[in-house]
Design a binder for this molecule. Sequence first.
Ligand code: 13P
Length: 291
Amino acid sequence: MRTKLDHLVNAALVSGSAVPAFTCYDFTTALAVVGAAEEARLGVILLVAPKTACTPNGLRLIAALRGLADDASVPVSVQLDHASDLQVIVASVAAGADAVLADGSSLSYADNIALVRQVRAALDAQGASDVVIEAELGGLAGDEDKAFGTDDSTHDAGMPVAGLTNPAQVADFVERTGAQLLAVAVGNVHGKYKGEPNIRWDVLQEISARTEVPLVLHGASGIPAEELAKAPSLRVGKVNFNTELRTGILSTLQTETAAHRADGENLQGLLARWNHSAGAFAGTTLELLSA
Ligand code: 13P
């Protein structure tokens, strides 16, 4: 059943859990994620990357994910991730996204607030006032769609992060943007960490003391399970994964493709392995974050 993102996340927090969100570039992965959530009887969030959503096929994927969410036996929300282009946001919502990360984190503080307010106004004008808005304060290093560069020296994933969320700005930011969820930068990065992740739980604690809205941890791939498990206690109600899901799928394809080619070009069988890999990761993560 399709469920509003804030309801899903708030309900999880009340029971001491967080909801994982998984980037889905394709329908096979989304089927695996929703299947795992149904098996675990837990809610889940399907994320669509902006580079996917800005294409006609990406909008069709959103429509398909909405159908999948409607049909699921557990609460599912479909969110456009990291969006700053109003046209892409409006088109994605028209296609079926019921939540948006209005991402002004690369902008100045004032411009970040202005962007989130613009997104709210555009959605209201579109008759989509019920669409939930997440905003982001502080900057994350790394690329949302690539875990590292072919030339590693040009890729900043895992570098020390300059833009930690400033706890002193949190209450004002949430009030002025009307954000219903807040993504934070506390040492988390998109893509692969260089060395051990250094998540600033002290900063997260300070942030959580300054606002009532649920917090969101991006860049969760690579953060040790025992650390992630404590996220809900700091009111992190949503945890985003992409890289680790891709790593698992790609390594499954790498090991399984030759045998499935030899077995009569068995694409159906290969897709089943893909589904199994993504489903296993989603299932483990769902259990990890649930109380
Ligand atoms: P990772 O790729 O590091 O898991 O980050 C995913 C993410 O934050 C999507 O918004």
